[in-house]
Design a protein around this ligand. Structure first.
Ligand code: CP3
Length: 341
């Protein structure tokens, strides 16, 4: 790899500066994304390897980040299992046939890797285009977060149906989570075989859970997944919103990196984790709306706090919002790349 900063930091080795990539770096804040998006639906983009590769490469070529992330979505596993998935502008993701009963859970497929072959194909095209310049991150949704979309039928503010399922029918929730976990292990192993250099598990909505429910309905499945990966030299990043609280439990699942939301002090979180677990984060993405001197001040504040720490990857606490000015994102990346420990 020409640029090893990201993999070195993920394995807690010393780097000359923090590596940088940003969640949702290949997205709507880029005018170039819209040029493609105006011609295809989001799922067509994901399912056409050449287009998925084009979009994956946008932030590589236009922003100069230190790692690329596969262009896809966490909900493609739910679709492969039998969910009727669509994405509508302004509405977000929808499953038209939400899981409402044990029969619905039984009907979901677990041998469905063939329906995700397009992802392996995209990874191969992307790796040809990257040509060893920077690593490629693959990813999947964590079972709890994917379950929430299957059960709610889309995005939710309060996760009412998901919580009713886990509280009133925990055995059914476990049946569903176990099925998603099985598919996720197969899916991530397929991504490793296709050539990704790192993986991130997105448990975006774990913050909805209490401490005990997080362990029972999220953590144990994430741990199963991480233990089930056939990997050497492919680091795993565990992300959730809620990591400010759950980071010590997340570390028990043995990821290489814990990705932290913006609520916590990153150094305090790192110090509380076992040695050898790197940390990723954790700028509030809203800072990227602010004036450039403010952006610089917040990034350098974070870097001063983390100075001397091995195993630090700079990222946001959550994804880039679609209306963040492109120029601000570009500037933030320049600030990171000029910094030296
Ligand atoms: O990070 C990247 O640039 C790589 C691609 C990527 C997408 N989604 C593309 C996408 C990744 C890693 C994801 C993960 C994802 N998808 C998560 C976890 C990360 C997070 O933000 O918490 C979640 C919860 C989803 C589910 C999802 N997909 C939602 C809620 C939405 C709608 C979001 C919105 O703001 O409208 C999507 C659609 C989606 N996924 C888009 C992109 C670029 C927008 C599609 C479009 O309308 O152009």
């Amino acid at each position: 790899m020409e640029n090893n900063l990201f993999l070195d930091a993920a394995f807690s080795k010393q780097t000359e500066r923090p590596p940088v990539w940003m969640m949702r770096q290949a997205g709507r804040f880029m005018p170039e994304y819209w040029e493609i998006k105006n011609k295809y639906s989001f799922l067509e983009m994901c399912k056409t390897p050449e287009i998925a590769a084009d979009v994956t490469m946008l932030p590589v070529d236009l922003l100069g980040i230190d790692a690329a992330i596969l262009f896809s979505d966490i909900l493609v596993t739910g679709e492969a299992m039998g969910g009727d998935l669509s994405f509508t502008q302004g509405v977000g993701p929808k499953f038209a046939n939400p899981v409402k009963s044990e029969a619905d859970i039984n009907a979901l497929a677990t041998d469905c890797l063939d329906r995700l072959q397009y992802v392996a194909d995209a990874i191969k095209v992307i790796q040809q285009r990257l040509n060893g310049r920077i690593p490629l991150i693959g990813f999947a949704g964590a079972p709890f977060t994917v379950m929430s979309y299957l059960v709610e039928g889309g995005s939710s503010k309060d996760f009412k149906l998901t919580k009713l399922l886990i509280h009133n029918h925990p055995e059914l929730a476990h049946k569903l989570l176990a099925k998603i976990a099985k598919v996720t292990i197969d899916y991530l192993n397929m991504q490793i075989a296709a050539g990704v250099n790192a993986l991130q598990l997105f448990d975006s909505w774990a913050l909805a859970l209490s401490w005990n429910d997080y362990q029972e309905f999220s953590h144990q499945y994430n741990a199963q997944i991480i233990a089930g990966l056939n990997r050497t030299n492919v680091p795993v990043i565990s992300f959730c919103k809620g990591s400010s609280v759950f980071a010590p439990i997340m570390a028990e699942a043995k990821p290489d990196v814990v990705s932290v939301d913006w609520n916590a002090d990153l150094l305090n979180i790192k110090k509380a984790l076992p040695a050898g677990i790197a940390i990723q984060g954790n700028l509030d993405p809203h800072i990227l709306y602010a004036d450039k001197p403010v952006i610089k001040k917040y990034i350098l504040q974070l870097f001063e706090r983390m100075r001397g720490e091995k195993g630090f990857i700079f990222n946001l606490g959550h994804g880039i919002m679609p209306d963040i000015p492109f120029d601000n994102v570009k500037y933030a990346i320049e600030v990171v790349k000029e910094f030296r420990y």
